[in-house]
Write a protein that binds this ligand. Structure first.
Ligand code: FES
Length: 103
């Protein structure tokens, strides 16, 4: 079997946003807690700066930190995990992690 390693040298950051929608469950999930809005706000900020090729943004399934209060977001480099992220929190995440990359 051949394994082809991807060259990620042009990537400055990788943001993962859980948008998981649980079905047939009473457990909370990010989709019901505003994850799509969080994703779209991050996407708009990155796209507006022409940085989609440098700041990767990925929708994910459950990351294991489900809550009804917001989405789970992971930002690399640095392995920064955030729980219960809402649209109101997005400016803080951008200021803390992404804005310094957009100089
Ligand atoms: S549903 Fe998002 S972390 Fe579990």
């Amino acid at each position: 079997m051949s394994v082809n390693k991807i060259n990620t040298s042009g990537r400055l950051a990788h943001v993962l946003v859980c948008v998981n929608q649980r079905r047939d469950s009473n457990l909370p999930c990010c989709a019901d807690a505003g994850a799509e809005e969080v994703y779209q706000l991050l996407r708009a900020w990155i796209e507006d700066r022409g940085m989609l090729a440098k700041i990767w943004l990925t929708r994910t399934e459950c990351l294991g930190w489900c809550t009804a209060r917001g989405a789970t977001v992971v930002i690399n480099p640095g392995d920064h995990w955030y729980r219960a992220v809402t649209a109101d929190d997005v400016p803080t995440l951008i200021e803390r992690h992404l804005a310094p990359l957009a100089t």
